[in-house]
Design a protein around this ligand. Structure first.
Ligand SMILES: [Fe+2]
Length: 160
């Protein structure tokens, strides 16, 4: 049995700065966090212990989600402050919608962008990208669609 994801127990007490529009979602997620199925895609060898202690996601719908879907995958992701979610890619297209906090997104062929609550960012299929959180945790809703939506990201740190 996998270790429980630390985020499941701590989301309810984290400092999460949203907007008037995203705050009700954050409030609901805080209450639901201990009851949701939190996962981690990566191993300690890939991303380190500090990252795993401050990262987790809930697949709301998808092949392994709370609701089964064979067309799309949607998830809520959490990353603590001061993390680098290193360069990776995946076949699926991806769109992030920021709920709380902020993070800097860097993607090959796109301008770097700091996302704030209410803002979104897309990544094309196989577009390498990375994300850095600064002084705040980052909470986002994300959707994967298209070929490979049921796959996993592939870390590319050694090719940066
Ligand atoms: Fe991604």
């Amino acid at each position: 049995m996998p270790e429980p994801c630390p985020v499941a127990a701590t989301l309810g007490v984290r400092s999460l700065r949203g907007t008037r529009a995203t705050s009700p979602i954050i409030k609901a997620l805080r209450a639901a966090a201990p009851h949701l199925y939190w996962k981690q895609t990566y191993t300690e060898d890939e991303v380190g212990r500090d990252f795993l202690d401050e990262y987790g996601y809930v697949e709301l719908f998808g092949p392994g989600g709370h609701y089964a879907s064979n067309k799309l995958r949607g998830y809520i992701g959490f990353w603590g402050p001061g993390l680098t979610y290193d360069r990776h890619d995946h076949e699926s297209e991806e769109r992030y919608f920021t709920l709380a906090g902020n993070a800097v997104f860097c993607a090959k062929g796109s301008p770097n962008l700091m996302l704030h609550p209410g803002q979104a960012r897309s990544h094309a299929s196989h577009q390498p990208h990375l994300m850095v959180t600064l002084d705040q945790p980052f909470l986002a809703y994300a959707v994967w669609r298209g070929a490979g939506f049921d796959g996993l990201p592939r870390m590319m740190a050694s090719q940066a």
